[in-house]
Design a protein around this ligand. Sequence first.
Ligand code: C5P
Length: 217
Amino acid sequence: MDNVIAIDGPGGAGKSTIARRLAEELGYIHLDTGAMYRAVTYAALQEGIDLNNKEALVKLTKSIEINFNKDGEIFLNSKNVSKEIRSSQVNKNVSKTAAVKGVREILVKKHQELAAKNKVVMDGRDITTVVLKEAEHKFYLTASIEERARRRFEEMKEKNKEANYEEIKENIARRDKLDSQREHSPLKIADDAVVIDSTELSIEEVVSKIKAIIEGA
Ligand code: C5P
């Protein structure tokens, strides 16, 4: 599968930032699949759906429309929810929604349709192992939990949001565990993925490293 770049990794490893930069530099589109799981979770919370009710979550996923604009902003039934999907409520609950097989099936189909029609850099948890299993370029991006928490903390402070480092770290660790231990499409390193640890690397360094690998340098 040419023209697709698949990136997986745990939360806060910089996947989306790196994927967006790469897409810009290569003239590809970027799809942040995590944002879609977040949008479903946000919609469920808004509608008061019990997140243990798998059937209701699947029904909801079928009924909503999720779109992105050129700037990567996300729209739920035409409403811009880019900020709302990053709330602590969504952070806490998204891994629950994402563990539901029926929800995953619907979103995975959308991801695959998009990749069939476009040159795309896609990031998430199951892109290298399920969604784009045949991708020629696969990366697993990670960093130490302390560094990932530190980056999230700085990001929130920059946006003048209240932030507590220990809470952020706990939330990331909890999601890591749920995402890698779930039954359906758990987060794992694909056999043929290149692992990049960005703990000591800048965004630019990671982007250059990935580009060099893709370009065969
Ligand atoms: O990437 P981000 O942290 O925004 O993803 C939010 C959550 O969505 C993850 O913790 C995971 O539970 C879920 N997810 C997933 N599969 C993907 C992308 C995200 O299960 N491809």
